[in-house]
Design a protein around this ligand. Structure first.
Ligand code: ATP
Length: 367
């Protein structure tokens, strides 16, 4: 049975903003589900509805086997970690972690053992006597997580817990949260606008925009099989490249004609594309599926395209090339060994087996 279920949940704020629009998904026991999407997509409101910090306008929320719509947050058996830590400044780390259990009248020994256990899991044992003002951002965030762990809730909720940390610390804490999930074997729902966090942490990802769920799937499937152009562009860095053009048929073969170049479509895709012949579509290609021809043995001549290299970004092991087709700018992620120069022509090869096609009007995936 799912640990958390949202069934046709909507939230309309006074004033008429529909923040969450008929959202349904299940989170299984011990699963790590990430809600991801651009600012304003409704992910935080969805989490706050699960926590009971907002009331639903419509729909049902079930935690464990209880419908919780009218149960107050403190009785939902959930615990939430916020972006701004929300630690009590006048209390020590120990007191911050113990406070929730004291309110619930846990015995002193039980509180002590839980706080010490959580402190050990998070590596903050030596900080227990300090106050929040004496901690770094990363340490504060650990304490905020510790305060939640001691309660041993049925479900952990995280609302952008790492966004106040600098880039390096964010990556470190991301790994720690991953470890924590493995160690605690707990059900977790995590909200972020950062697609890398979503991809690296989630067993499954819920991709949202404008209060609506666009796709729920594993990170691999969301990346490789996006259901529409929005998901394809939101998940992945750099984002997927898009080009508008026409499907054409010549001597039983299908091609994508961009205007300035033409590439041959692999036969596996013919079934999905035959009824699109002579119509305009959007072709999507990920940056790692555009290769410098110099590094491709036996490149099919019909898939070699000459473009102008306008920008070269060196990242060490790899290089981002910004290529101008004459009509579109594409980013190719090529090996750091490539020696591409600005304003020079470069021959690239598309891996046509990895190409995506989207309907131009609906933006839904064709294949
Ligand atoms: P962010 O990443 O910027 O926090 P989000 O995806 O978490 O965004 P929400 O905070 O859930 O988005 O907000 C969704 C929509 O609901 C937004 O348009 C927001 O302005 C609106 N909204 C959120 N809280 C309220 C509120 N208390 N009253 C009115 N509108 C609200």
């Amino acid at each position: 049975m799912a640990q958390v279920s949202l069934k046709n949940v909507s939230k309309v704020f006074p004033g008429g903003v529909t923040a969450v629009d008929d959202v349904s998904f299940d989170v299984e026991n011990k699963e790590f589900v990430v809600l991801v999407g651009p600012s304003g997509c409704g992910k935080s409101t969805t989490l706050r509805l699960v926590a009971g910090l907002e009331t639903t306008t419509a729909g049902e929320i079930v935690i464990g086997n209880r419908k919780v719509n009218s149960i107050p947050p403190k009785d939902r058996d959930i615990a939430m970690v916020f972006q701004n830590y929300a630690l009590y400044p006048h209390m020590t780390v120990y007191e911050n972690m113990a406070f929730g259990l004291q309110l619930k009248k846990y015995p002193k020994e039980e509180i002590d053992s839980r706080v010490k256990e959580a402190a050990a899991i998070l590596g903050v044992e030596q900080l227990l006597k300090r106050r929040p003002s004496e901690l770094s951002g990363g340490q504060r965030q650990r304490v905020a997580v510790g305060r939640v762990i001691v309660r041993k809730p049925m479900v952990f909720l995280f609302d952008e817990p790492l966004s106040n940390l600098d880039a390096k610390l964010r990556v470190m804490m991301r790994t720690e949260i991953h470890r924590l999930h493995i160690k605690l074997q707990a059900t977790m729902i995590y909200v972020t606008h950062d697609q890398t966090e979503a991809m690296t942490l989630g067993d499954r990802i819920v991709v949202m925009k404008d209060g609506i769920i666009h796709q729920i799937d594993t990170p691999t499937n969301v990346y490789n099989r996006p259901v529409n152009k929005f998901v394809a562009s939101f998940i992945g860095a750099p984002p997927m490249n898009f080009m508008e053009g026409r499907i054409i048929k010549k001597e039983d073969k299908l091609y994508f004609d961009e205007g300035h170049f033409r590439v041959r479509i692999v036969e596996d895709m013919y079934d999905a594309l035959l009824d699109r012949v002579d119509t305009r579509v959007t072709m999507g290609v990920r940056s790692e599926d555009i290769h410098d021809k110099l590094f491709v043995s036996e490149a099919p001549p019909e898939n070699i395209v000459t473009m102008v290299c306008e920008v070269v970004e060196y990242l060490g092991s790899e290089v981002y090339l910004h290529l101008n087709t004459g009509k579109h700018i594409l980013i190719a992620r090529v090996s750091g060994d490539a020696d591409s120069q600005i304003n020079q022509d470069i021959d690239v090869v598309f891996d046509m087996s990895k190409i995506h096609f989207f309907d131009k009007a609906t933006e839904k995936t064709i294949i």
